[in-house]
Design a protein. Structure first.
Length: 450
């Protein structure tokens, strides 16, 4: 077996500190070098560690040797100590390379010089990558421009048979996919795909933390996606949910915006709309209205029902199928309660206008047929001051006009009171909603990039 080189011979010309290193080397017993590179590596590692442990300036260095490569890591007082450690390692038999990138100097000037050198290297690498960075930026810009152009396309118009909200969702997903594809291609060009994994991992952890912190916001987004897929209502539908009613202006990622019949905006979280029972008055174009009227107890009820049905059948805005109905609903305080129902096609006529006209024309028709619509009557008794008896105070005769006033002239079915008024669909709120949408599009521009 061959014998290893003497450490004293390697450090014979060193200064005082070098003499200390030589003295430490003297105390190291030189062992025969066994056959094989692996055994040689173990011997070099053991002897170098023994030398470094006995020199204070080199005691902070950790040594590993593998396949003839010596790796030095740790802290040294100054740059000269690092150079001496490298020289010691390079002089060993079987050492082909010494990696000192893990050595850090405690000397401030040395560290500044090291940092400056590294910054210079990074700057040189950045300058060499400038052409590739430029190409990567061009790729990202092109994909972003394409995504922006897709935002100008109205998907909800293209999907004429589908949900407009689903079209908006597809639009956002396509934009997001394009932007992510551009970023991945650019990173692949720069050979930085490892950054993608790191970003995805960080985004996953951040998403988990933000999910707990912003649970309500995430719940609203998820509810918006589900409602876009289920399509429970469309734009301009008149709905009632959570105690609020109005026409649907828009469904965004976080909220559903309604406009009440008074023209006020109601912004409801999507999670609330998703959880609460929802009534859609527009999904079925036919909608039934109900009118309750009290008649005198002495009235022939079948005649009153026939008169009311005749009025509804002749009305514009009340459809013939399903046919109007009339029933005796019950007893009132001093009346018999009749209930009349009819159906309105909301695509052609306004529900509230038809119901209003039905109430008015039913009153006119019943009065024209001498069917009394009595008012509530109360009997008032007061004590007689003469004998203490209770005396009923009779109300004035309603058939006699008050002194100085003329009796109003009755207006029959042929007069202005009997003529039906306009019951067409009221578009006033629709115009306000459309103006609101135009204003929102002008303010926000095309669909934003995700």
């Amino acid at each position: 077996m061959a014998v290893s080189l003497s450490v004293r011979a390697e450090l014979a010309a060193q200064d005082a500190e070098g003499d200390t290193v030589a003295q430490a080397a003297d105390s190291v017993e030189l062992a025969p070098v066994p056959d094989g590179q692996e055994a040689l590596d173990e011997l070099n590692q053991a002897e170098l560690r023994a030398v470094f442990d006995r020199v204070q300036a080199l005691s902070g260095i950790d040594v590993t040797v593998e396949a003839g490569v010596v790796t030095l890591a740790g802290e040294v007082p100054d740059g000269s100590s690092a150079e001496r450690a490298v020289e010691l390692a390079q002089g060993r038999e079987g050492v082909v390379y010494v990696d000192d990138s893990g050595l850090a100097s405690l000397d401030a000037s040395a560290r500044i010089e090291d940092v400056s050198s590294r910054l210079g290297e990074r700057l040189a690498e950045f300058v060499s990558l400038l052409p590739l960075i430029g190409v990567a930026l061009v790729i990202i810009v092109v994909f972003c421009v394409v995504a922006w152009a897709i935002g100008l396309v109205r998907f909800e118009r293209a999907l004429s048979r589908g949900s407009p909200f689903l079209g908006a969702l597809i639009q956002r997903l396509v934009q997001f996919a394009l932007v992510v594809t551009g970023l991945v291609i650019a990173l692949e060009l720069l050979d930085a795909t490892a950054l993608v994994g790191a970003v995805i991992g960080t985004a996953g952890l951040a998403g988990l933390a933000l999910g707990f912190a912003f649970k309500d916001i995430a719940e609203n987004y998820l509810a918006g996606v589900i409602m876009s897929l289920r399509y429970p209502f469309a734009e301009d539908d008149y709905i009632e949910v959570g105690g609020h009613s109005g026409k649907v202006v828009r469904l965004s990622g976080r909220e559903t915006i309604l406009m009440t019949l008074d023209g006020n905006h109601v912004q409801m979280p999507n999670a609330t709309v998703f959880r609460e029972p929802l009534t859609n008055y527009t999904r079925n174009p036919l909608r039934r209205f109900t009118v309750e009227i009290g008649v005198a107890s002495a009235t022939i009820l079948s005649d009153a029902l026939d008169v009311g049905l005749g009025v509804l059948f002749r009305m514009e805005g009340v459809v013939d199928e399903p046919a109007p109905q009339a029933v005796v609903w019950g007893f009132g305080d001093s009346t018999m309660q009749l209930r009349f129902t009819g159906w309105v096609d909301q695509r052609r006529h306004d529900y509230l206008r038809v119901k209003s006209e039905a109430i008015r024309l039913l009153k006119v028709g019943l009065e024209d047929n001498d069917i009394e619509l009595p008012e509530p009557e109360y009997r008032v008794y007061l004590p007689d001051v003469r004998d203490g008896r209770m005396v009923e105070i009779s109300p004035p005769d309603r058939d006699e006009p008050e002194p100085g006033r003329e009796r109003p002239k009755p207006r029959g079915a042929a007069g202005t009171e009997g003529a039906q008024r306009d019951v067409s669909v009221d578009r006033a709120l629709d115009e306000q909603i459309e103006a609101d949408r135009r204003a929102a599009e002008a303010e926000d521009g095309p669909a934003p990039l995700p």
